[in-house]
Design a protein around this ligand. Structure first.
Ligand code: NAD
Ligand code: MG
Length: 395
Protein backbone atom coordinates (compact mmCIF):
# COMPACT_ATOMS: atom_id res chain seq x y z
CA UNK A 1 0.00 0.00 0.00
CA UNK A 2 1.22 3.47 -0.85
CA UNK A 3 -0.90 6.26 0.52
CA UNK A 4 0.22 9.88 0.57
CA UNK A 5 -1.10 11.76 3.58
CA UNK A 6 -1.43 15.22 5.14
CA UNK A 7 -2.10 15.96 8.80
CA UNK A 8 -4.02 19.10 9.77
CA UNK A 9 -3.27 19.70 13.46
CA UNK A 10 -0.15 17.51 13.64
CA UNK A 11 0.97 18.86 17.04
CA UNK A 12 -2.23 17.91 18.89
CA UNK A 13 -3.24 14.72 20.65
CA UNK A 14 -4.78 13.16 17.50
CA UNK A 15 -1.92 14.50 15.36
CA UNK A 16 0.64 12.81 17.60
CA UNK A 17 -1.24 9.49 17.62
CA UNK A 18 -1.42 9.73 13.82
CA UNK A 19 2.38 10.16 13.65
CA UNK A 20 2.78 7.03 15.81
CA UNK A 21 0.52 4.99 13.51
CA UNK A 22 2.36 6.20 10.40
CA UNK A 23 5.75 5.36 11.94
CA UNK A 24 4.56 1.90 12.92
CA UNK A 25 3.19 1.18 9.43
CA UNK A 26 6.32 2.58 7.78
CA UNK A 27 8.40 0.21 9.94
CA UNK A 28 6.34 -2.64 8.43
CA UNK A 29 7.49 -1.54 4.98
CA UNK A 30 4.47 0.50 3.92
CA UNK A 31 5.16 3.57 1.85
CA UNK A 32 3.39 6.58 3.41
CA UNK A 33 4.81 9.82 2.00
CA UNK A 34 3.68 12.94 3.85
CA UNK A 35 2.58 15.93 1.79
CA UNK A 36 1.69 18.60 4.38
CA UNK A 37 1.38 19.22 8.12
CA UNK A 38 -0.05 22.14 10.12
CA UNK A 39 0.09 23.59 13.63
CA UNK A 40 -1.36 26.61 15.43
CA UNK A 41 1.79 28.19 16.91
CA UNK A 42 4.11 25.62 18.55
CA UNK A 43 7.20 25.71 16.36
CA UNK A 44 9.25 23.21 18.41
CA UNK A 45 6.52 20.58 18.09
CA UNK A 46 6.04 21.36 14.39
CA UNK A 47 9.79 20.97 13.77
CA UNK A 48 9.79 17.65 15.63
CA UNK A 49 6.86 16.42 13.48
CA UNK A 50 8.74 17.48 10.32
CA UNK A 51 11.86 15.61 11.42
CA UNK A 52 9.81 12.44 11.93
CA UNK A 53 7.48 12.65 8.92
CA UNK A 54 9.56 14.52 6.30
CA UNK A 55 6.62 16.45 4.77
CA UNK A 56 6.97 18.64 1.69
CA UNK A 57 5.01 21.54 3.21
CA UNK A 58 4.44 22.83 6.75
CA UNK A 59 1.93 25.54 7.67
CA UNK A 60 1.66 27.54 10.87
CA UNK A 61 -1.68 29.25 11.60
CA UNK A 62 -0.19 32.32 13.23
CA UNK A 63 0.82 34.52 10.27
CA UNK A 64 3.16 36.61 12.43
CA UNK A 65 5.38 33.56 12.97
CA UNK A 66 6.43 33.06 9.33
CA UNK A 67 10.08 34.09 9.67
CA UNK A 68 10.47 32.29 13.01
CA UNK A 69 8.90 29.19 11.45
CA UNK A 70 11.33 29.33 8.53
CA UNK A 71 14.22 29.53 10.99
CA UNK A 72 12.87 26.69 13.14
CA UNK A 73 12.40 24.41 10.11
CA UNK A 74 15.62 25.38 8.31
CA UNK A 75 17.58 22.38 7.05
CA UNK A 76 14.54 20.07 7.11
CA UNK A 77 13.92 20.43 3.37
CA UNK A 78 10.34 21.61 3.88
CA UNK A 79 8.50 24.51 2.29
CA UNK A 80 6.98 26.77 4.98
CA UNK A 81 3.78 28.84 4.92
CA UNK A 82 1.87 30.84 7.54
CA UNK A 83 -1.65 32.16 8.06
CA UNK A 84 -5.11 31.08 6.92
CA UNK A 85 -4.16 30.66 3.25
CA UNK A 86 -1.25 28.36 4.16
CA UNK A 87 -3.58 26.18 6.26
CA UNK A 88 -5.93 25.91 3.28
CA UNK A 89 -3.02 25.13 1.01
CA UNK A 90 -2.12 22.23 3.32
CA UNK A 91 -5.61 20.79 2.79
CA UNK A 92 -5.53 21.50 -0.95
CA UNK A 93 -2.16 19.85 -1.67
CA UNK A 94 -2.47 16.49 -3.43
CA UNK A 95 -2.41 13.96 -0.57
CA UNK A 96 -4.76 11.01 -1.05
CA UNK A 97 -5.63 10.95 2.65
CA UNK A 98 -6.02 13.94 4.98
CA UNK A 99 -6.30 13.76 8.75
CA UNK A 100 -8.56 16.59 9.92
CA UNK A 101 -7.40 17.09 13.53
CA UNK A 102 -7.43 20.86 14.09
CA UNK A 103 -9.66 21.65 17.07
CA UNK A 104 -12.81 23.74 16.58
CA UNK A 105 -14.37 25.56 13.63
CA UNK A 106 -10.84 26.71 12.70
CA UNK A 107 -10.53 23.31 11.04
CA UNK A 108 -13.40 23.92 8.63
CA UNK A 109 -11.65 25.84 5.81
CA UNK A 110 -8.55 23.58 5.55
CA UNK A 111 -10.73 20.46 5.76
CA UNK A 112 -13.04 21.81 3.06
CA UNK A 113 -9.99 22.35 0.83
CA UNK A 114 -9.38 18.59 1.06
CA UNK A 115 -13.08 17.78 0.58
CA UNK A 116 -13.27 19.95 -2.57
CA UNK A 117 -10.58 17.95 -4.32
CA UNK A 118 -12.30 14.64 -3.49
CA UNK A 119 -9.72 13.36 -0.99
CA UNK A 120 -10.17 10.63 1.62
CA UNK A 121 -10.82 12.78 4.67
CA UNK A 122 -10.26 11.20 8.10
CA UNK A 123 -12.51 13.29 10.29
CA UNK A 124 -11.39 13.67 13.91
CA UNK A 125 -12.52 17.30 14.07
CA UNK A 126 -16.22 17.08 14.91
CA UNK A 127 -16.80 20.83 15.20
CA UNK A 128 -16.52 21.44 11.44
CA UNK A 129 -19.32 18.97 10.83
CA UNK A 130 -21.46 20.36 13.67
CA UNK A 131 -20.73 23.89 12.40
CA UNK A 132 -21.45 23.39 8.69
CA UNK A 133 -23.61 20.22 8.88
CA UNK A 134 -25.62 19.54 5.73
CA UNK A 135 -23.44 21.85 3.57
CA UNK A 136 -20.34 19.89 4.54
CA UNK A 137 -21.99 16.55 3.70
CA UNK A 138 -23.38 17.91 0.41
CA UNK A 139 -19.92 19.17 -0.60
CA UNK A 140 -18.37 15.79 0.21
CA UNK A 141 -20.96 14.09 -2.01
CA UNK A 142 -20.63 16.63 -4.83
CA UNK A 143 -16.83 16.31 -4.91
CA UNK A 144 -16.84 12.55 -4.27
CA UNK A 145 -14.74 12.92 -1.14
CA UNK A 146 -14.72 9.90 1.18
CA UNK A 147 -15.41 10.78 4.80
CA UNK A 148 -13.78 8.35 7.23
CA UNK A 149 -14.96 9.01 10.80
CA UNK A 150 -12.17 8.96 13.40
CA UNK A 151 -14.13 10.02 16.47
CA UNK A 152 -14.16 6.65 18.26
CA UNK A 153 -17.97 6.35 18.47
CA UNK A 154 -18.50 7.23 14.81
CA UNK A 155 -15.63 5.04 13.74
CA UNK A 156 -17.28 2.19 15.68
CA UNK A 157 -20.61 2.78 13.90
CA UNK A 158 -18.82 3.04 10.54
CA UNK A 159 -17.15 -0.32 11.21
CA UNK A 160 -20.46 -2.13 11.88
CA UNK A 161 -22.81 -0.27 9.53
CA UNK A 162 -23.27 -3.30 7.32
CA UNK A 163 -26.89 -2.53 6.30
CA UNK A 164 -27.49 1.24 6.59
CA UNK A 165 -31.03 0.91 5.22
CA UNK A 166 -31.96 -1.68 7.89
CA UNK A 167 -30.96 0.33 10.94
CA UNK A 168 -33.51 0.97 13.67
CA UNK A 169 -31.42 2.97 16.13
CA UNK A 170 -27.88 4.04 16.99
CA UNK A 171 -26.49 4.13 20.53
CA UNK A 172 -23.53 6.36 21.29
CA UNK A 173 -21.58 5.40 24.38
CA UNK A 174 -20.11 8.05 26.71
CA UNK A 175 -17.50 7.51 29.40
CA UNK A 176 -19.32 10.01 31.61
CA UNK A 177 -16.15 12.12 31.96
CA UNK A 178 -14.29 13.07 35.14
CA UNK A 179 -17.42 14.35 36.95
CA UNK A 180 -19.67 11.35 36.36
CA UNK A 181 -20.05 10.71 40.10
CA UNK A 182 -19.63 14.30 41.34
CA UNK A 183 -22.45 16.27 42.94
CA UNK A 184 -23.64 19.51 41.35
CA UNK A 185 -22.02 21.42 44.25
CA UNK A 186 -18.66 19.78 43.58
CA UNK A 187 -19.02 20.47 39.86
CA UNK A 188 -19.74 24.14 40.58
CA UNK A 189 -16.24 24.47 42.07
CA UNK A 190 -14.40 22.32 39.49
CA UNK A 191 -11.08 23.70 38.20
CA UNK A 192 -9.76 23.50 34.63
CA UNK A 193 -7.15 20.95 35.77
CA UNK A 194 -9.88 18.72 37.23
CA UNK A 195 -12.03 19.08 34.10
CA UNK A 196 -9.07 18.12 31.89
CA UNK A 197 -8.17 15.02 33.93
CA UNK A 198 -10.18 12.53 31.89
CA UNK A 199 -10.40 9.05 33.44
CA UNK A 200 -10.13 7.08 30.16
CA UNK A 201 -8.69 9.22 27.35
CA UNK A 202 -5.72 11.57 27.08
CA UNK A 203 -6.96 14.39 24.82
CA UNK A 204 -6.61 18.10 24.01
CA UNK A 205 -7.99 20.59 26.56
CA UNK A 206 -11.08 21.68 24.64
CA UNK A 207 -12.44 18.17 24.04
CA UNK A 208 -11.52 17.22 27.62
CA UNK A 209 -13.71 20.03 28.98
CA UNK A 210 -16.44 19.04 26.51
CA UNK A 211 -16.25 15.50 27.91
CA UNK A 212 -16.64 16.86 31.44
CA UNK A 213 -19.81 18.82 30.55
CA UNK A 214 -21.03 16.02 28.19
CA UNK A 215 -21.19 18.66 25.44
CA UNK A 216 -18.78 16.33 23.66
CA UNK A 217 -21.52 13.72 23.50
CA UNK A 218 -23.97 16.39 22.38
CA UNK A 219 -21.63 17.40 19.54
CA UNK A 220 -21.23 13.71 18.71
CA UNK A 221 -25.00 13.24 18.58
CA UNK A 222 -25.13 16.01 15.96
CA UNK A 223 -22.07 14.58 14.19
CA UNK A 224 -23.71 11.13 13.99
CA UNK A 225 -26.96 12.58 12.71
CA UNK A 226 -25.26 14.50 9.88
CA UNK A 227 -22.73 11.78 9.03
CA UNK A 228 -25.05 8.80 8.94
CA UNK A 229 -28.33 10.55 8.11
CA UNK A 230 -30.42 9.61 11.16
CA UNK A 231 -32.78 11.98 13.03
CA UNK A 232 -32.08 12.81 16.66
CA UNK A 233 -34.93 10.56 17.86
CA UNK A 234 -33.14 7.51 16.42
CA UNK A 235 -29.91 8.17 18.34
CA UNK A 236 -29.54 7.40 22.06
CA UNK A 237 -26.72 8.14 24.45
CA UNK A 238 -25.71 5.77 27.24
CA UNK A 239 -23.00 6.24 29.84
CA UNK A 240 -20.54 3.34 29.81
CA UNK A 241 -17.64 4.17 32.17
CA UNK A 242 -15.26 1.43 30.93
CA UNK A 243 -15.13 2.96 27.38
CA UNK A 244 -14.85 -0.53 25.89
CA UNK A 245 -17.93 -0.63 23.66
CA UNK A 246 -17.40 2.38 21.42
CA UNK A 247 -20.98 2.51 20.07
CA UNK A 248 -23.76 0.23 18.84
CA UNK A 249 -26.01 -0.16 15.80
CA UNK A 250 -29.46 -1.72 16.35
CA UNK A 251 -30.96 -3.42 13.28
CA UNK A 252 -34.61 -4.04 12.41
CA UNK A 253 -34.31 -7.80 13.15
CA UNK A 254 -33.23 -7.17 16.76
CA UNK A 255 -29.52 -7.74 16.09
CA UNK A 256 -27.17 -5.26 17.73
CA UNK A 257 -23.65 -4.83 16.33
CA UNK A 258 -20.97 -3.04 18.31
CA UNK A 259 -17.25 -2.37 18.01
CA UNK A 260 -15.12 -2.96 21.11
CA UNK A 261 -11.52 -2.21 21.95
CA UNK A 262 -9.23 -0.61 24.49
CA UNK A 263 -9.60 3.20 24.60
CA UNK A 264 -6.75 4.12 22.25
CA UNK A 265 -7.27 6.53 19.34
CA UNK A 266 -4.63 4.67 17.31
CA UNK A 267 -7.33 2.03 16.63
CA UNK A 268 -9.79 4.34 14.80
CA UNK A 269 -6.90 6.31 13.24
CA UNK A 270 -5.29 3.19 11.76
CA UNK A 271 -8.67 1.89 10.61
CA UNK A 272 -9.30 5.18 8.78
CA UNK A 273 -5.77 5.19 7.33
CA UNK A 274 -5.87 1.65 5.99
CA UNK A 275 -9.61 1.45 5.15
CA UNK A 276 -11.04 -0.68 3.57
CA UNK A 277 -8.21 -2.90 4.86
CA UNK A 278 -6.80 -3.16 8.38
CA UNK A 279 -3.24 -3.21 9.66
CA UNK A 280 -1.38 -4.68 12.63
CA UNK A 281 -1.03 -1.94 15.25
CA UNK A 282 0.53 -2.42 18.68
CA UNK A 283 -2.39 -1.16 20.75
CA UNK A 284 -3.17 -2.83 24.08
CA UNK A 285 -5.44 -5.85 23.53
CA UNK A 286 -8.84 -6.14 25.15
CA UNK A 287 -8.81 -8.46 28.18
CA UNK A 288 -12.44 -9.15 29.08
CA UNK A 289 -11.64 -11.34 32.10
CA UNK A 290 -9.53 -8.55 33.56
CA UNK A 291 -12.27 -6.00 32.89
CA UNK A 292 -14.75 -8.48 34.42
CA UNK A 293 -17.76 -6.23 33.90
CA UNK A 294 -19.17 -3.64 31.54
CA UNK A 295 -21.68 -1.25 33.09
CA UNK A 296 -24.20 1.22 31.72
CA UNK A 297 -26.24 4.09 33.13
CA UNK A 298 -28.51 6.85 31.78
CA UNK A 299 -26.90 10.32 31.58
CA UNK A 300 -28.11 12.70 34.31
CA UNK A 301 -29.90 15.61 32.58
CA UNK A 302 -29.72 17.86 35.66
CA UNK A 303 -25.96 17.79 36.12
CA UNK A 304 -25.25 17.60 32.37
CA UNK A 305 -27.68 19.98 30.60
CA UNK A 306 -25.36 20.23 27.55
CA UNK A 307 -26.80 17.05 26.10
CA UNK A 308 -30.31 18.53 26.10
CA UNK A 309 -29.04 21.77 24.54
CA UNK A 310 -27.33 19.83 21.74
CA UNK A 311 -30.37 17.67 21.06
CA UNK A 312 -32.66 20.66 20.88
CA UNK A 313 -30.22 22.46 18.52
CA UNK A 314 -30.19 19.39 16.28
CA UNK A 315 -33.99 19.30 16.27
CA UNK A 316 -34.10 23.00 15.31
CA UNK A 317 -31.74 22.62 12.36
CA UNK A 318 -28.36 23.55 10.99
CA UNK A 319 -28.11 27.23 12.04
CA UNK A 320 -28.79 26.24 15.64
CA UNK A 321 -26.04 23.59 15.66
CA UNK A 322 -23.61 26.13 14.15
CA UNK A 323 -24.46 28.57 16.95
CA UNK A 324 -24.29 25.90 19.66
CA UNK A 325 -20.79 24.81 18.69
CA UNK A 326 -19.46 28.37 18.30
CA UNK A 327 -20.91 29.52 21.64
CA UNK A 328 -19.48 26.41 23.29
CA UNK A 329 -15.98 27.14 21.95
CA UNK A 330 -16.11 30.60 23.55
CA UNK A 331 -17.55 29.29 26.83
CA UNK A 332 -14.89 26.56 27.12
CA UNK A 333 -12.16 29.10 26.42
CA UNK A 334 -13.61 31.41 29.12
CA UNK A 335 -13.62 28.51 31.60
CA UNK A 336 -10.05 27.49 30.77
CA UNK A 337 -8.98 31.15 31.17
CA UNK A 338 -10.61 31.25 34.61
CA UNK A 339 -13.28 33.82 33.64
CA UNK A 340 -16.36 31.64 34.22
CA UNK A 341 -17.12 28.65 36.45
CA UNK A 342 -17.68 25.12 35.23
CA UNK A 343 -21.50 25.09 35.37
CA UNK A 344 -21.53 28.42 33.54
CA UNK A 345 -20.24 26.75 30.38
CA UNK A 346 -23.64 25.24 29.57
CA UNK A 347 -25.44 28.33 30.93
CA UNK A 348 -23.42 30.53 28.58
CA UNK A 349 -24.27 28.36 25.58
CA UNK A 350 -27.97 28.31 26.50
CA UNK A 351 -28.10 32.07 27.05
CA UNK A 352 -26.18 32.78 23.83
CA UNK A 353 -28.71 30.75 21.86
CA UNK A 354 -31.69 32.47 23.49
CA UNK A 355 -30.01 35.84 22.96
CA UNK A 356 -29.69 35.06 19.25
CA UNK A 357 -33.33 34.01 19.12
CA UNK A 358 -34.38 37.30 20.72
CA UNK A 359 -31.99 39.80 19.13
CA UNK A 360 -31.39 38.22 15.75
CA UNK A 361 -34.52 36.13 15.34
CA UNK A 362 -34.08 35.46 11.64
CA UNK A 363 -30.60 34.09 12.08
CA UNK A 364 -31.40 30.75 13.71
CA UNK A 365 -34.69 30.22 11.88
CA UNK A 366 -33.05 30.13 8.45
CA UNK A 367 -31.09 27.14 7.18
CA UNK A 368 -27.66 28.48 6.04
CA UNK A 369 -27.39 28.01 2.29
CA UNK A 370 -23.70 28.89 1.93
CA UNK A 371 -20.48 28.72 3.95
CA UNK A 372 -20.61 32.54 4.22
CA UNK A 373 -23.99 32.28 5.93
CA UNK A 374 -22.59 29.60 8.26
CA UNK A 375 -19.74 31.96 9.13
CA UNK A 376 -22.18 34.80 9.90
CA UNK A 377 -24.10 32.58 12.34
CA UNK A 378 -20.84 31.34 13.90
CA UNK A 379 -19.59 34.91 14.41
CA UNK A 380 -22.90 36.14 15.87
CA UNK A 381 -22.93 33.22 18.35
CA UNK A 382 -19.32 33.95 19.36
CA UNK A 383 -20.19 37.63 19.98
CA UNK A 384 -23.23 36.69 22.07
CA UNK A 385 -21.26 34.13 24.11
CA UNK A 386 -18.43 36.64 24.73
CA UNK A 387 -20.91 39.20 26.06
CA UNK A 388 -22.42 36.60 28.38
CA UNK A 389 -19.07 35.17 29.49
CA UNK A 390 -17.90 38.65 30.42
CA UNK A 391 -15.40 39.33 27.68
CA UNK A 392 -17.27 41.84 25.50
CA UNK A 393 -14.00 43.60 24.58
CA UNK A 394 -13.15 40.65 22.36
CA UNK A 395 -16.68 40.49 20.92
P1 NAD B 1 -5.45 19.31 20.58
O1 NAD B 1 -5.80 20.57 21.26
O2 NAD B 1 -4.54 18.35 21.26
O3 NAD B 1 -4.80 19.65 19.15
C1 NAD B 1 -5.38 20.58 18.29
C2 NAD B 1 -4.52 20.82 17.06
O4 NAD B 1 -5.12 21.90 16.32
C3 NAD B 1 -3.09 21.24 17.35
O5 NAD B 1 -2.24 20.74 16.34
C4 NAD B 1 -3.15 22.77 17.27
O6 NAD B 1 -1.90 23.33 16.91
C5 NAD B 1 -4.17 22.97 16.17
N1 NAD B 1 -4.92 24.22 16.30
C6 NAD B 1 -5.53 24.70 17.41
N2 NAD B 1 -6.15 25.87 17.14
C7 NAD B 1 -5.90 26.14 15.85
C8 NAD B 1 -6.26 27.21 14.99
N3 NAD B 1 -6.97 28.27 15.43
N4 NAD B 1 -5.85 27.18 13.71
C9 NAD B 1 -5.12 26.15 13.25
N5 NAD B 1 -4.74 25.09 14.03
C10 NAD B 1 -5.14 25.10 15.31
O7 NAD B 1 -6.83 18.60 20.19
P2 NAD B 1 -7.12 17.05 19.95
O8 NAD B 1 -7.47 16.40 21.22
O9 NAD B 1 -6.04 16.45 19.12
O10 NAD B 1 -8.45 17.12 19.10
C11 NAD B 1 -8.46 17.52 17.73
C12 NAD B 1 -9.86 17.31 17.16
O11 NAD B 1 -10.15 15.92 17.19
C13 NAD B 1 -10.95 18.00 17.98
O12 NAD B 1 -11.93 18.48 17.10
C14 NAD B 1 -11.52 16.89 18.84
O13 NAD B 1 -12.87 17.08 19.15
C15 NAD B 1 -11.34 15.68 17.93
N6 NAD B 1 -11.21 14.41 18.67
C16 NAD B 1 -10.16 14.21 19.50
C17 NAD B 1 -10.06 13.01 20.20
C18 NAD B 1 -8.89 12.74 21.12
O14 NAD B 1 -8.78 11.63 21.65
N7 NAD B 1 -7.99 13.67 21.34
C19 NAD B 1 -11.05 12.02 20.05
C20 NAD B 1 -12.09 12.26 19.17
C21 NAD B 1 -12.17 13.46 18.48
MG1 MG C 1 -15.68 10.56 20.72
Amino acid sequence: MTRSVSILGVTGSIGQSTIQVIEELRAQGRDIPVEAVTAASRLDALAEACRRLKPKFAAIADASLLSEAKAALAGLNVEVGAGASALEEAGARPAEWVMSAIVGAAGLAPTMAAVRRGAHVALANKECLVCAGPLFIEAAQAHEATLLPVDSEHNAIFQVLTHPERVERLTLTASGGPFRTWTREQMAAATPAQACAHPMWNMGRKISVDSATLMNKGLELIEASYLFGFPSKSIDVIVHPQSTIHSLVHYVDGSVLAQLGTPDMRIPISYALTWPDRAAVSTARLDLAKLSQLTFEAPDPTRFPALRLARSALDRGAAATTALSAANEIAVEAFLDGRIRFLDISNTVEEALSHLEGAEAGLLAKMPSSFDEVKAVDQAARRAARLIAGNPAAA
